[in-house]
Design a protein around this ligand. Structure first.
Ligand SMILES: Nc1nc2c(c(=O)[nH]1)N[C@H]1C(S)=C(S)[C@@H](COP(=O)(O)OP(=O)(O)OC[C@H]3O[C@@H](n4cnc5c(=O)[nH]c(N)nc54)[C@H](O)[C@@H]3O)O[C@H]1N2
Ligand SMILES: Nc1nc2c(c(=O)[nH]1)N[C@H]1C(S)=C(S)[C@@H](COP(=O)(O)OP(=O)(O)OC[C@H]3O[C@@H](n4cnc5c(=O)[nH]c(N)nc54)[C@H](O)[C@@H]3O)O[C@H]1N2
Ligand code: SF4
Ligand SMILES: [Mo]
Length: 699
């Protein structure tokens, strides 16, 4: 265990268990203090980070495997799981066993889980919750730039920009230390434009807030591009030298004149012109997107439209400028690179590419013909569970879909229909509570591993605390299962050994980690991928890593970025007489995701105790709803209750609910993006009414 001292602080230098900012922190004896040496947070932490140690010693901590709810030994639990897998596989074939992973898992775990599915289980049925997160942005930038790295520049570049347009991100609540980069940009004279249906804490910092109708960012981006071209802001030299496709895109946006866009989006023409002026006149500028713009059945095209705008203004691949997706989960970036996605192999390789299959199969010591092909995407996988065509067993690591998946009531019924549900977790999440077998695992501070933050910087989490007796790491669990399935030697449980194999498996891929070692990360406070083993001469020259991958060219075959024409379409489910309001969802500062972790930390539940429904005072008055009243929200998929929060910062036609408690996902629409398979979390049609004290409907 490595010790580091800063001032009076002594503890292991590690990183936060939660979001993609991966704030650097010291953990020692239950005390957490921020690190100054990690640029993303540079001495800052949010309330979740400060209180993260509480869950290490929480009474809710699982320390014994559970079989049908009863404590059993590890041998009993693992023997049972292996025997059931063998039986289900014998009866229904290898695809009857499925795996679901998470973007919070370390690179080592994500890699091992993907390998476990393909090598130990020989199943194609693996996907993960990252599909619900940034998959639309990933699909769009793969198409445009040939590479998906959330921010293709260091986060500190933001401070150097003269303008930032941020569509659908509320970092003041979701990544508080991120705000310092925006503040630094503004103190240097830069201007901030925020696109959000709510006047969020982030929008309050902005010079301009575009209060868009949910589900209409695509039209907005087309309109901004139309104006940018009409007003002469297109960088024609850059477009000619570094891109293809501009002419088709120019033609495609000609129909999106400003007044038409105002009618669709609710954003006044004058504000659109102002936004374009702010971006177009800045010497360096950035376009960023968050989940608000991306989690739609047209998320890929929406991000494509914002990328087209950035390209037309000549931003990507220039220092201090660019397009970036502000990725979400702790390892949201690394988790999408090493093979827990249905169509992927390590190193961001494609599972249907014969060369990729041959390379990875050689590292795994198997015949490439034995590697399964691509499987179902996350929601499609959950939706198929326990059906005649679908998997009969599911092994789940690092997600709580009973709370976080769209149309969660249906997903819970699918999980219930399984012959075998196995969940590895350190608390009894709502999903773990349904499992046949629960495997108690170690937590972030109790194990080592690498995480890749939102900038593509690979970081090292060091072990800072001893795990409680009884808990095993996910790598130990996979090793134990593999042993029982006859291939234990292929699944070492030591993270460094797994990382060294990951390096070889990723070598030559888009996300090449082969030049990254634990020692280098520690010495350099992180290394940006791609980082091949050498920069040229194999005997010297360690590759320096790549903070800004697009400076000399894009990762496409011709080195040019691609503009792709896209068109607006309404939400998959628009409002009507029966369901007259837009329902959207997102986050509050104090809670993380499905809340499985943060709902067990007292200062956080005190700060934010319960599910609420945010609505505009005009709407509240019309419905006779007072602040604090219990309200019931309904959609075509179900109903959920919450406490009314009456707030003029939201559009009068829109309701907002956080998804940190069971509730809003009983209502959300699982309509999927055709390319990314992202569900439409951010907009569906809903109705709201006040509940009487006894729960009766009164309005
Ligand atoms: N406190 C906290 N922080 C977190 C997390 C957490 O759960 N809690 N999760 C982490 C993860 S995994 C992620 S993905 C990130 C997410 O980070 P963000 O993207 O910042 O989070 P969200 O709150 O989901 O959505 C952002 C905003 O989108 C707006 N929005 C809703 N519909 C639309 C729309 O149609 N268009 C536009 N333009 N905006 C819309 C919402 O009003 C909301 O303010 O946060 C990370 N950080
Ligand atoms: N309505 C609505 N729904 C949403 C969203 C939204 O904006 N609106 N956002 C979506 C997004 S962006 C995301 S990322 C998803 C996230 O939603 P989930 O996938 O449910 O994410 P978490 O709540 O982080 O679940 C992680 C679970 O794994 C456990 N865990 C944490 N670390 C580990 C580990 O290392 N190993 C193991 N075995 N377990 C671990 C935790 O205790 C927790 O129970 O939700 C999506 N759902
Ligand atoms: S911003 Fe994210 S990484 Fe930083 S302390 Fe908060 S939850 Fe942790
Ligand atoms: Mo996410």
């Amino acid at each position: 265990m490595s010790q580091a001292a800063v001032g009076t602080t002594v503890g292991s230098a590690t990183h936060c268990p939660y979001c993609a900012l991966q704030c650097g922190m010291y953990v020692g004896k239950g005390e957490i203090t921020p690190r100054e040496d990690i640029p993303a947070n540079a001495g800052g932490l949010c309330q979740k980070g400060w209180t993260a140690a509480e869950l290490l010693t929480s009474p809710d901590r699982l320390t014994t495997p559970l079989l049908h709810g009863s404590p059993v030994s590890w041998d009993e639990a693992l023997d049972h799981v292996a025997a059931r897998i063998e039986a289900i596989r014998a009866e229904h074939g290898p695809d009857a066993v499925a795996v679901f992973g998470g973007g919070g898992l370390t690179n080592e775990k994500a890699y091992q889980l993907g390998k476990f599915a393909r090598v130990a289980l020989r199943t194609s049925q693996i996907d993960y919750n990252g599909r619900f997160c940034m998959s639309s942005a990933a699909a769009a930038v793969n198409r445009a730039f040939g590479m998906d790295r959330g921010l293709p520049f260091p986060i500190t570049d933001i401070a150097r920009a003269g303008a930032v347009l941020f569509a659908g991100g509320n970092v003041a609540e979701t990544m508080p230390p991120f705000v310092r980069h925006l503040t630094a940009m503004r103190s240097g004279g830069g201007r901030l434009v925020v696109v959000d249906p709510r006047l969020t804490q982030t929008a309050k910092m902005a010079d301009l807030h575009l209060q868009v109708t949910p589900g209409t960012d695509l039209a907005l981006a087309l309109g901004l591009l139309h104006i940018a071209i009409a007003e002469g802001y297109a960088d024609l030299d850059y477009l000619a030298a570094r891109t293809t496709g501009f002419e088709e895109v120019r033609t495609s946006v000609s129909a999106w004149w400003p007044e038409r866009v105002e009618r669709v989006t609710g954003v006044p023409v004058a504000q659109m012109r102002e936004a374009v002026r702010i971006l177009g006149e800045a010497e360096r500028a950035m376009v960023l997107t968050g989940r608000g713009a991306e989690q739609h059945a047209k998320g890929t095209d929406t991000v494509t439209a914002f990328v087209n705008l950035a390209l037309t203004l000549g931003l990507p691949g220039r220092e201090g400028s660019g397009y970036g997706c502000v990725t979400g989960q702790g390892n949201g970036q690394g988790g999408r690179e090493h093979g827990q996605k249905a169509d992927q192999l390590p190193g961001y390789r494609k599972i249907d590419d014969p060369a990729a299959r041959a390379h990875v199969a050689a590292v795994w010591g198997i015949d490439p013909a034995g590697l399964p092909g691509r499987g179902r995407s996350a929601y499609e996988l959950l939706d198929a569970l326990g059906t005649p065509e679908g998997p009969r067993a599911l092994l789940l690591f690092g997600s709580n879909p009973v709370v976080s998946a769209p149309r969660a009531g249906h997903v819970a019924r699918r999980l219930d229909a399984l012959d075998l549900l196995v969940v590895s977790d350190f608390v009894l999440s709502e999903t773990a509570a349904m499992a046949d077998v629960v495997l108690p695992t170690t937590q972030w501070a109790e194990e080592a591993g690498t995480m890749t933050n939102l900038e593509g910087r690979v970081l090292l989490r060091r072990q800072a605390a001893a795990p409680p007796p009884g808990a095993r790491s996910d790598l130990e669990i996979l090793h134990g299962l593999a042993e029982r399935l006859g291939c234990g030697e292929k699944f070492p449980a030591d993270p460094r050994t797994v990382f060294d194999e990951l390096r070889r498996a990723s070598a030559g891929g888009v996300a090449d980690y082969s030049g990254i070692t634990y020692e280098r990360i520690a010495a350099e406070t992180g290394v940006f991928w791609p980082c091949p083993e050498t920069a040229g001469d194999p005997h010297s020259d360690p590759h320096p890593g790549t903070p800004r991958p697009f400076l000399d060219g894009f990762a496409t075959p011709d080195g040019r970025a691609r503009l792709v024409p896209v068109d607006h379409r309404p939400p998959a489910e628009d409002v009507d007489e029966e369901f007259p309001l837009y329902l959207t969802s997102g986050r509050v500062l104090a809670h993380y995701q499905s809340g499985a972790q943060t709902r067990r930390i007292r200062p956080l539940t005190q700060a934010s105790p319960e599910v609420f429904v945010e609505l505009h005072p005009d709407l509240a008055e019309r419905l006779g709803v007072a602040p604090g009243d219990r309200v019931r929200v309904r959609s075509r998929r179900g109903a959920a209750e919450g406490v009314a929060r009456v707030n003029a910062s939201i559009r009068p036609d829109t309701l907002f609910m956080p998804f940190h408690w069971e509730g809003v996902n009983l209502l959300t629409n699982p309509a999927l993006d055709p390319v990314s398979r992202m569900p439409e979390f951010k907009v569906c049609a809903a109705a709201i009414e006040r509940c009487a004290e006894d729960g009766e409907r009164v309005a």
